[in-house]
Design a protein around this ligand. Structure first.
Ligand code: HEM
Ligand SMILES: C[C@H]1O[C@@H](n2cnc3c(N)ncnc32)[C@H](O)[C@@H]1O
Ligand code: SF4
Length: 404
C-alpha cells in the first residue's frame, strides 16, 4: 500500500493504515445507505419531489431524550429522568404517516437512548409496514436477548452502537458510566445472535485521536458492517469541551487516514459531520488518477458532506425540526406545521440549498457541491450557521486568485 506523501506519519502517534488489501471497497457494500443500497431501500431512487424540492433521504428522529449514560460530549445533555412534552404514540404515528410525502427516507430512531421509550418497537413496526427502512441507535448497554428479538420482530434493519475508545477504561471515562464498554459489547453480541447487523459510531476528539487505528481494528474484530466517524461539535455538554476539538490540520490528517483505511476493509467507512472528507476524497483520488465514480467509490461518489436540510433532517423529542441534531435551529415544529411543509418551505432549509447564501470560504469554494462545511460547527464556534466551516484548511481557488 502506498502511503500518502503528506500523511506518512499521522498525528499523535498514528502509525499508518493497516497493511494488505483484502479486496475491500466501498462499492457494493450492503450497507443501509440512502440513495439505493443494492437490493434495498425502494425510495433510494427518488432524488427530487414533483415541485423541485430535494427528496429527504434520511431522518434522525429523537424519539426520546432520556438516556442511561452521561457522555461528556452529549449534544442533547441527555439525562435518565423523563422529559416533558415528548410526542405520544398517536402523535408519533401521525408523524410517520407524513414521511413518504418527502421521498422514502431511512428513519434513524435515535435519542437519548431510543430503548428508553416503551412503544419504540410498535412505532418501528408501524413505519416498517409502510415500507420505510428503519434503523436504531441505542447506546447498546440496555440490549438483552429479549429486546434484540423485539427489534428483529419490529423490522430494525441495523443498529449503530457508539464506541469512543478502544478499551473499557477510555470509553467509560468518556461516556461517564463505569461498565458501559462491556455492556455495549455484550449488547452487540445479542444483536448478532438475533441476526441484526450493526455499525459503530465514533466521535473523534483529542482524547481518542491517537487510538484511531485501534478503534478501527476493534470495529473489524467485532464484525461491524460499517464505521461512521463523527467529528466533535462543541454544543450541548461538548460546549465545555473546547480543548477536545482537534485542529484543522489534525482533522485533514484523520480524514486522509480514513481514506487509506477504506482500501483495506470490507466495512463501509463513512465520515459524518466531517463534510470536507468529500473534498479530500476527490483530491486524493485525483492524485492517484482514480475517477470518482460509483464503481470506484460506491455511494460516496454520489453523496455530499453536509446533508442537513438538503437530504437529511433531525426531529427532536418535542417535534422540533432541525438541519441536524448538533444544530438546534428551530425550522418549525411538527405539532403546528405538517412535517412535509417544513421540509419544503423552511427558511433555513431553503438557505442550505442555495450556495449564494453561504458565507466566507464555503460560499466561493469549488468543492461546495460535495462538501458544504459543518453548519453546526460554524454556528457553535462562530455564531453564524451560514459561515465557513471553522476546521477546514483548504483555500478555494477563487480566494487564492483574489489574494494574488
Ligand atoms: C443504517 C444505520 C444508521 C444508523 C443506525 C445511523 C445512526 C445515526 C445517528 C444516531 C445519528 C445522529 C443523530 C443525532 O443524534 O443527531 C446519525 C446522524 C447522521 N447519519 Fe447516520 N446512521 C445510519 C446510517 C447512515 C447512513 C447510511 C447515512 C448516509 C449517508 C447516514 C448519515 C447520517 C447523517 C448525515 C447524519 C447527521 C449528522 C449531522 O447531524 O450532521 N447515516 N446517524
Ligand atoms: C450519533 C453520534 O453522535 C455522537 N454525538 C453526540 N454528541 C456529539 C457532539 N457534540 N459532537 C459530535 N458527535 C456527538 C454520539 O456519540 C453518537 O455516536
Ligand atoms: S451521547 Fe448518546 S449515549 Fe451518550 S448521553 Fe447522549 S444520548 Fe446518551
Amino acid at each position: 500500500m502506498q502511503k500518502h506523501p503528506h500523511h506518512g506519519a499521522g498525528p499523535s502517534g498514528l502509525d499508518g493504515p493497516p497493511a494488505g488489501h483484502p479486496g475491500g471497497h466501498q462499492g457494493g457494500h450492503p450497507g443501509g445507505h440512502p440513495g439505493g443500497k443494492p437490493g434495498g431501500h425502494p425510495g433510494g431512487m427518488v432524488t427530487t419531489l414533483s415541485d423541485g424540492t430535494p427528496a429527504c433521504k434520511l431522518i434522525a428522529w429523537e424519539v426520546t431524550r432520556s438516556c442511561n449514560l452521561a457522555c461528556k460530549h452529549c449534544r442533547a445533555e441527555a439525562h435518565l429522568e423523563p422529559y416533558e412534552g415528548e410526542l405520544d404514540t398517536a402523535e408519533a404515528k401521525a408523524l410517520i404517516d407524513t414521511f413518504q410525502q418527502v421521498g422514502n427516507p431511512i428513519i434513524i430512531f435515535t435519542g437519548g437512548d431510543p430503548m428508553m421509550r416503551a412503544d419504540v418497537y410498535e412505532l418501528i413496526r408501524y413505519a416498517t409496514d409502510k415500507g420505510l427502512r428503519c434503523v436504531m441507535s441505542p447506546n447498546g448497554t440496555l440490549i438483552t436477548p429479549e429486546t434484540a428479538q423485539k427489534m428483529r420482530e419490529a423490522g430494525v434493519q441495523r443498529c449503530s452502537i457508539s464506541i469512543d475508545g478502544p478499551d473499557a477504561q477510555s470509553h467509560d471515562e468518556f461516556r461517564g458510566v463505569q461498565g458501559a464498554f462491556d455492556a455495549s459489547m455484550r449488547g452487540i453480541e445479542y444483536l448478532k445472535e438475533a441476526g441484526i447487523e450493526f455499525q459503530v459510531n465514533t466521535t473523534v476528539t483529542r482524547a481518542n485521536l491517537s487510538s484511531f487505528k485501534k478503534i478501527f481494528d476493534l470495529c473489524e474484530h467485532i464484525g461491524a458492517v460499517a464505521w461512521h466517524i463523527f467529528l466533535l461539535v462543541p454544543t450541548g455538554r461538548a460546549a465545555q469541551l473546547g480543548a477536545e476539538v482537534i485542529t484543522g490540520q489534525e482533522y485533514e490528517d484523520v480524514l486522509n487516514w480514513f481514506y487509506d483505511f477504506r482500501k483495506t476493509t470490507n466495512m463501509h467507512l463513512k465520515a459524518t459531520c466531517a463534510p470536507h472528507y468529500y473534498r479530500i476524497m476527490r483530491q486524493r483520488a485525483k492524485a492517484e488518477g482514480v475517477p470518482v465514480t460509483p464503481e470506484n467509490f460506491g455511494l460516496d461518489a454520489m453523496t455530499r458532506g453536509c446533508l442537513g436540510g438538503t437530504g437529511f433532517c433531525f426531529i427532536s423529542h418535542v417535534g422540533q425540526v432541525q438541519p441536524c441534531g448538533y444544530l438546534e435551529l428551530d425550522c418549525g415544529n411538527i405539532r403546528t406545521t405538517p412535517f412535509p411543509e417544513i421540509w419544503r418551505s423552511s427558511k433555513q432549509f431553503k438557505q442550505f440549498r442555495t450556495q449564494d447564501e453561504y458565507e466566507g470560504k464555503c460560499g466561493i469554494c469549488e468543492y461546495h457541491k460535495v462538501c458544504g462545511g459543518c453548519r453546526a460547527r460554524a454556528y457553535s464556534m462562530n455564531d453564524n450557521y451560514m459561515g465557513e466551516e471553522p476546521l477546514c484548511t483548504y483555500i478555494p481557488k477563487l480566494a487564492e486568485r483574489r489574494k494574488a
